[in-house]
Write a protein that binds this ligand. Structure first.
Ligand SMILES: [Zn+2]
Length: 394
């Protein structure tokens, strides 16, 4: 789009409004060079479709008031799903990020994928009706899964936690159950996307690391996940740190992986091995951290050092502006984050960390749900997608 051709489409105008670059018709006209009559046509298409609203008044040139344009985000709903090993978080969210209704649901990810997806479709439909909203108001569904996702097919690619899901057509199956477009991504990618857009919009690069039952990372460059050729970018949990004789066996089959030595699950296992039979899982470790349990603090510190060793390489490679740590072990106290920071500083040159912010996740458990919302909105409201729908409706 240039200011001389004056051929901007309705979808391109919506992109200008959504990004905040154009707040009035005059600004759209200045940026696009559209004639007054074409601009009027495009604007009526966007207003009729409910994508844009005109409200309030800004002071125009010579004091003439101009109506303010904005993306009509409250009219567009997204269904977000954060699928974990044993439970799923589900939400009805508007396109601007307002959570309208949220629920937790028990799921067993090791069950057949179709059964799990049927449960999710049912719960989403119930949630929407509890929110007193219609399926026709929903523009798409975003799903985060604890697995590498091949972006071209939106299918899981050799997931260690959910082996029965390899190459399973999640978008097609869930799409046929709900009659909506489905978008799938790795959960750590979505958490990173959520944090990056909501909290660090100016950051050119952000590394998100989720430390929970396992360990996963998302690499966000200029506001978009970098997924890698097979969907494996950020899959640092299975980097092997120890040999078979000193490491523990991981869900992936190998020994001594970062995920099986430094996750919340790993700390829980270590405590259990020492006779703490009340410690079952990563959530128990978070509780003990809050209680400042001495042995738990020691083990979490060791985990942070191992994680820091691996992340030092990532920080040296990317020189990111933000490193966000999420998951129970990262957000309960500062033991983990301090240990990670200490090791990264020890192992990299000052240039790599001078402008690096290391922070705990601010969105917490909602990060993946918000990331799923961005994933859907980016694609459903891309200029091409908007133009195609307007063409179809006319
Ligand atoms: Zn592994």
């Amino acid at each position: 789009m240039t200011s001389t051709t004056g051929s901007a489409s309705a979808g391109e105008i919506l992109a200008l409004v959504r990004s905040g670059r154009a707040r009035t018709r005059r600004q759209v006209q200045e940026l696009t060079g559209l004639s007054r009559s074409t601009l009027a046509l495009r604007m009526s298409q966007l207003l009729n479709a409910g994508y844009v609203r005109e409200a309030g008044q800004a002071a125009g040139p010579a004091g003439r008031p101009a109506k303010l344009l904005s993306f009509n985000e409250g009219r567009q709903l997204v269904l977000s799903v954060d699928l974990g090993a044993t439970h799923a978080s589900l939400a009805v969210i508007d396109a601007g990020g307002q959570v309208i209704m949220q629920a937790e649901s028990e799921v067993r990810i090791e069950a057949a994928p179709e059964e799990t997806l049927r449960t999710i479709a049912k719960r989403l439909t119930e949630l929407l009706s509890r929110a007193d909203r219609q399926i026709a108001e929903v523009v798409g569904v975003g799903v985060g899964i604890p697995a590498p996702v091949r972006y071209a097919t939106q299918r899981p690619n050799n997931p260690p936690l959910m082996p029965g899901w390899h190459d399973y057509p999640i978008p097609e199956t869930l799409g046929s159950l709900l009659g909506l477009p489905i978008f799938v991504d790795n959960d750590a990618n979505l958490m990173g996307l959520g944090e990056a857009r909501a909290r660090y919009a100016e950051a050119p690069s952000l590394l998100f690391v989720k430390v929970g039952t396992g360990i996963g990372a998302g690499v966000i460059l200029h506001g978009q996940p970098e997924r890698g050729v097979a969907g494996g970018a950020g899959d640092i949990g299975h980097i092997r740190l120890f040999e078979r004789n000193t490491g523990h066996q991981c869900t992936c089959g190998a020994y001594g992986c970062l995920a099986t030595e430094a996750s919340g699950g790993a700390v829980a296992r270590a405590l259990r091995d020492e006779g703490r039979e009340d410690v079952q899982n990563a959530a128990d470790v978070s509780r003990l951290l809050r209680e400042n349990d001495t042995r738990t603090v020691e083990l979490v510190k060791r985990a942070g050092h191992l994680l820091g060793d691996v992340l030092a390489t990532s920080v040296a490679l990317l020189n990111p502006s933000v490193l966000v740590l999420g998951g129970g072990m990262a957000v309960n106290g500062t033991v983990l984050i301090d240990a990670v920071r200490e090791r990264i500083y020890e192992r990299t040159v000052p240039l790599a960390t001078r402008e690096l912010l290391i922070a705990a996740s601010a969105l917490g458990a909602g990060a993946a749900l918000q990331g799923a919302r961005y994933l859907v909105v980016d694609q459903v409201f891309s200029a091409d997608a908007v133009d195609a729908r307007i063409e179809l409706a006319s």
